[in-house]
Design a binder for this molecule. Structure first.
Ligand code: PLP
Length: 361
């Protein structure tokens, strides 16, 4: 057995750590912000039927342009705030692959991407993987980003891309669209808004999708992994000017979305109301966490997502391990004195709060 250091690996990958959210079999998994409600049985049947037809055609390569899937995604994104056309949509195996393709097309050696940590850990990992220099900008107090702070960072660093996360992971905090608009105006580069948790935002909070008309360098990234309860299927997507898809066609692998993935995602999108039925309930459990954690001595941050970051944790590692001993898995995101927990079902959230209360006492 040789060590990684002995292999002729790229110099810029030496010493880096891979994405590493612990995967453990536990009774209650509240660690990676999945929708913890099961898929409704009628949707399971519908997806299975679609997969059956897809299997019969699997001697052929799938539709490289995933045309039908893009029509369904466009319909899903369209609403009172505006219409998204199928040619504005692009999809990949999770929004992680979407972000990777964006960096392959617009980043790379000699180029840079600006982000605002603490933010989604994959943003800097994908930058490293594509040889794009990661620039970490500062946030304001309470993890907020004001317009002047964002614009000053963009003007100071002149990055080729800016990654914004709205609402932000791991803090859950909102990012209002005036900041996105100001960042777009301050740069000539690509502005990516990672809206993985968009469906959990307040109903009256506008998405960055509303900013797309007239902004060809703006990309809004979404996923079926969170609210849509489809993390295992691996389906992420974006909305942007159609020319963005032309750029990504240059770097994507041919037939990157398998026939099974396309069929399953289309079938699930046909059942969108059922798949999203628990979103209000999850928002309720999130608000319950924010309401109840202070009584246990913790300080939760405001959240527009399906998780809550809370401070006041004396020893996050010890609390994490004590919860794990009760078969409850949450996330230590490396922020001193903080832990992050996903809003689960009512029962899971109750079990978490009770266990945390016992550990605190
Ligand atoms: C979970 C998450 C994703 C989702 O990644 P997928 O590859 O679509 O599963 C993307 N961005 C953020 C900020 C996330 O938290």
């Amino acid at each position: 057995m040789t060590t990684l250091d002995e292999l002729p690996i790229r110099d810029d990958l030496r010493g880096l750590s891979p994405y590493g959210a612990p995967q453990k079999h536990v009774r209650i998994a509240l660690n990676v912000n999945e929708n913890t409600h099961g898929i409704p049985e009628e949707v399971v049947d519908h997806v299975l039927a679609a997969l059956g037809s897809a299997v019969r055609g699997m001697n052929r390569y799938p539709d490289r342009e995933f045309t039908e899937l893009r029509e369904h995604l466009a319909r899903y994104l369209s609403g009172p705030e505006g219409t998204i056309h199928p040619e504005q949509v692009w999809a990949a195996n999770g929004s992680n692959e979407i972000l990777q393709q964006i960096l392959q097309a617009f980043g790379g050696p000699g180029r840079s991407v600006l982000g605002f940590p603490p933010t989604y850990s994959m943003h800097s990992i994908l930058a490293a993987g594509t040889g794009t220099r990661w620039i970490a900008a500062e946030r304001d107090a309470a993890y907020e980003i004001s317009v002047p702070t964002a614009v000053a960072a963009v003007e100071a660093h002149r990055p080729d891309l800016v990654f914004l996360c709205a609402p932000n992971n791991p803090t859950g905090t909102p990012l209002t669209i005036d900041v996105i608009e100001a960042v777009y105006d301050a740069t000539d580069g690509i502005v990516v808004v990672d809206e993985a948790y968009a469906e959990f935002m307040p109903d009256d909070a506008p998405s960055a999708l509303t900013l797309l008309p007239g902004r060809p360098r703006l990309i809004v990234s979404r996923t079926m992994s969170k609210a849509f309860a489809f993390a295992g299927a691996r389906l992420g997507y974006l909305a942007a000017d159609p020319v963005i898809a032309d750029a990504l066609r240059l770097v994507r692998l041919p037939y990157h979305l398998s026939a099974l993935t396309q069929a399953a995602a289309i079938a699930a999108l046909q059942c969108a109301p059922q798949m999203l039925a628990m979103v209000d309930e999850i928002r309720g459990q999130r608000d319950r966490l924010i309401r109840d954690l202070p009584a246990l001595g913790f300080t939760p941050l405001p959240s527009w997502s399906n998780f809550v970051l809370f401070g006041g944790v004396e020893d996050p590692h010890r609390t994490f391990e004590a919860l794990l001993a009760e078969d409850i898995l949450i996330r230590d995101v490396g922020i001193p004195h903080h832990l992050r927990v996903t809003a689960g079902t009512e029962e899971e959230t109750t079990a978490f709060l009770e266990a945390l209360g016992r550990i605190r006492a």
